[in-house]
Every structure is written in C-alpha cells, then in structure tokens.
Design a protein. Sequence first.
Length: 654
Amino acid sequence: MQTTKETLENLAQLVRYFILRATTAAGSGHPSSSLSATDLMTVLFFGGILRFDLDHPEYPLNDRVIFSKGHAAPLLYALYAAAGAVNEDELLSLRKFNSPLEGHPMPTFRYTEVATGSLGQGLSVGAGMALALKRFTHPVPQWRDTPPQEGTSGNSPLERGTERSEEGCVSRVYVLLGDSEMAEGSVWEAIMWAGHEKLDNLVGIIDVNRLGQSGETMAGHDVDAYARRVAAFGWETIIVDGHNTDEILSAYRKAKGTQDKPTMIIAKTLKGKGVSCMENKEGWHGKALSVEEYEKALGELREIDTRLRGTVAMPDVSYQVSGSRYQGASDQVHNTKYVIPNTEYKKGDLIATRKAYGEALEKLAREDPRVVAVDAEVKNSTFAELVKKGTPQQFVEMFIAEQNMVGVAVGLAKRGMIPFCSTFAAFFTRAFDQIRMASYSKANVKFVGSHAGVSIGEDGPSQMGLEDIAMFRAVQDAVVLYPSDAPATERLVHEAVRYNGIVYLRTTRGATPVIYGPEEQFPIGGSKTLRSSARDVCTIVAAGITLFEALAAADTLAQEGIELRIIDCYSLKPIDRAALVRAAQETGKIITVEDHVPEGGLGEAVAEAIAGTGAAFKSLAVRKTPKSGTPAELLGFEEIDRGAILQAVRSLGQ
C-alpha cells in the first residue's frame, strides 16, 4: 500500500527526533548536516522508491544506498530505526566504543557496505556498484532448491528464491552527496565517467544546504549552477525543494524512468532544518545540542509518534521463482581453486613482469567471469589490454582518473567481482585516500603498479614509482608482492586472486630473464633462497629488478672464492621472517638492495624482521633525486647496482 504524504512527513519528524536524541546523548555528531537531508532520505526509504529486504541486506537484488556524505551517519541510523531495524537502545549507543553505530558509517553496521566519511568517494563506489549490476550477471546468488530456513516466513524474495533474467538486474544505486564535497575532484571524475558509461541505474542526491564546516560553499544555494555542471557530463538533472515531499517523490519516480543516463537530484535544503537555533546558521557543523537545547527543539517539532514505523518496499522479484536459499558469491572468492596453467616460459627467456601479469590475468579472466581488469588508460603499458582483447566484457576503461578508478573497483568488489586495478605505480599515490578507505570497507581489490623504480629509465622521476611499497605496506591487512620474473608473476597473480582482501603487485618495465621453473610455488609470506652454502659471508636480500644485480654480484665474488646467500624477498608483506632470521644468524650480515626509497621499503621491512639477531645490516636504496638516463646508468647513480653491492659487501668485511 502506498505510504501517504502525511505519513511520510510524520516519519520525517520521527527521524529528526531520533537524530537529535542520539547526537545529544552522544554529546557529539553532525545533527545539522543530518537534518538537512532528512526529508530527502525519508521519502527514498519509505515512499515506495527504495527496494530493500531489511532482513537480508546482502541480497543481491536489493537497491543500494551509499552515504558519501558520511558525517550524516546519525540520519542513516535514524532511518533504520524508523524502519524498525534498529531499536532505540542501539540508537543511543551512537559513537560509543564497540558500538556498530560509529561516527561515520563503517561495515560494522550491518546495513553499511562501504566505509564513508572521507568526502568525495561515495559516488565512485556507487558507480562501480551500478556498473556491476548492469554489466555483470555472475555475482548473482547461487540458488538451491531447498525449503525456507526455519524461523523465516518464506515470503521475502530471498526466502522464495529467484533467478536473474537475461536482461540483467533492475537494482538501482542511490548516493547521498553533500554540497561541500562537490568541490572534490574525485566527485567530478565519477560524474564524468558515469555519464560516459550511461549508468541509468545510478541516482545521485546532492543535499545543497549551502553551509560547509567553516562557512558557505562555493556555489551556496545556486542549485542551477550544480544542474548546469552535472548536465554537461551527460546526466539527467532534477532540481527540487529538498523539504517538499511531493517534489522529492516526483523526482525519484522520474529517475526510475530515465534511460541511458544517470540522474542527479539537486535539492535545495536548509542545514539544521526544523531546529530554530541551528537552521540555516553557521557554527553548527559537527555540534550536538545540549540537553536544554534538545528539550527546546523537541517543542519545535510537531507532535511525534514514537511508535510509528515506516515500511521499506521489497526488491523487485519479476524473475523465475525456484524456491531456494541465497548463498553469496563473495563468500566463494577466496575458496575458489584455480587451475594454474603450465607455464610456457623457459629459463633464460627475457620477459617483462608487467607483460607476464597481463598474460596471467587474461587466462584468469577466461576461467573466472568475476575477474575484471580495471585500468587507468595505460592498458598497453600494464598489459591489461590482453583482457580487453580476450574477454572484453571483463575490461573496464577508467581513463586517467585514478581516484575514481579505485572507488569504482571497491564498488565492483562489493557486488562480488574481483577487480584488478592497474596503472603506473607512481600514480597510485594520488589515490591513497581511496585505497586506505577500501581497506576499512574490507574490499577485495587487487592493485598492480607497473613502471616501478628508477629502472624505468629515460622517462624520468615523474613516472617512477618510488614510494609505492611504503604506501601499500601502510595499508592495514594488505599484501605486498614483488615478483622478479615471469613464472613468479604468473603464480603471484593466482595467489592474489585467492586472497580475500587488498593485494598490491609491483611489476617491472624492462624485460628480466626467467630464472624459475614451472614447478616453483610462491605462497604469500614466502621467499626464495637462490644461493646458499655453509661458507656464506653475507646475505643479500632483494626483489624485482635488483635481484638480478645481486645475482651478478654473487657471480663476481664467487670467482674470488667468496660466497653470498641470495634471497628473493618476493613477499614484502607478510615477509618471510623465519628465512631472514635464519640467514642473519648463519651469515651474520644482511644487505638489502631495492629500487625504492629507503623509507617504508624492503630495507625497513627486513630490518624489523631481523631485529634482535645482532647481525650487521646495510640498506641500499634510492636516495638521490633521479634523472633521465638508461636503466643501467640510473641503477649505478643510485648505488643499487651490482657494483654498489660488491662495495657494500666489502665494506662490511668478511
């Protein structure tokens, strides 16, 4: 039954009450930013627009809601309280330690899929989800012909079971944006790309309340300016009074009928709407009402029915029914057993690891339709183009917009895909905020950085990834891998796809010789000892391009009767602590050599691992501002080549 306008307005008042009660009890939060968007989101939730099974938030045919404006978290929680999914005791735990109702949305709250609050990211994530729902059919649940589970009604689409039609999913993605975050470049990256992709199941909602944290926004209440700018990128734009129920409802209905373009609802609102002391006034951002102010505010809200609860419409079930139970596709990711093809690489062949990455990914994409190559318009350098040629449906072109690329990848991952993001290693640094937020979202995303280090040669320092290892080692629970040859790369791509979480794979521009045979395995957290004897006077730990410099240095010293232990530290995080400690104890000296700055790189990882062993330690790393030149010239200039290794070994003595 259609919810009446009066009921929607009463629900909006109830939501405002919940916002004020929770933030006043917490003594902090963002009530003013939540109140401005209350009418917009109440109509979305309870006006028959949003289709969502509250009992099964993981159900793939649900519409999705993302609060890019993450500081409006009190509104998010209040909406679910008004829906009866959060009780008032839970609501009063807002911002308390161990409460799932955190200051900004986190996946600890069962209705939050992605962490938000670092502004400018939600629309990218929403665009990724919308693309997954439109283009890819395989993240749909696996169904079994089983009776409904005990304790369920058997009436929800999840309990009844469905199968996706060939036409694709009708689910929509709604993203709430603040007008302040519209100054972020990443938002416009997402707007431009979503328009290019014609994502007509994506709806953005800009809460134009005029006031930012410390003053007025650039455009203030000029909603026409927002409309002109967004429309220029191929969006349908709808301007509404953000406190007029009829206009809001009409806008959502129009958005549902829009084809071949995304929709942006641009709502003129008042910050702090409904509470006179803060309504449309500066100085109230992130500030909760005192108890006295709260009591006065309640008197200003019209009579509130605290027993009232809204109804969220169920998902569209216009699919074949088979009476089954849902099993999430995302649960299968890290349990999949992939067949590693017999390598065609032969020892001594010269093959760039970036090319081996592309070849391995193309094979994986053929085997698993969830594997997607997401590339920032350098596909012919990263070799992601091989996926585009082999399985074009599983390639996503992101153009030169790395922040949006990462956000879109998170959205794809949250819909069951396994995205591999690739670009030059240096260019991931501009998307570090998106990467760290991806870790808080527990996103299953793989990052591949090519053109790493000074060894790329003549292009010069602007193209050289020299800080990437440090960046990804700093990301919580991330795995950092650095293969040296083609077979290692192929196997580490397979290790990455099986790992359920963030993985960074560093590849090399230049061709390197194949040194590993088809029988070699490369487990995450392992290493390879390539040279070892009872007479080793020192251990050289390297990875990637510098491993071959270490091997060359070992060959030179072997002619002098001096033996070196050589360790390929292909897994930098987690690192093979046991092998490194054993080498430190047996040889007494460790030298690390890396094509990366010393801060946060291989040297620091090894030094931490062998701490307490008493071994002498020396780090060779990039310490000078690089120049254009040949790879050999640059390795020598930075003192990370075979000559520098020989000098370091001799300086430590025998």
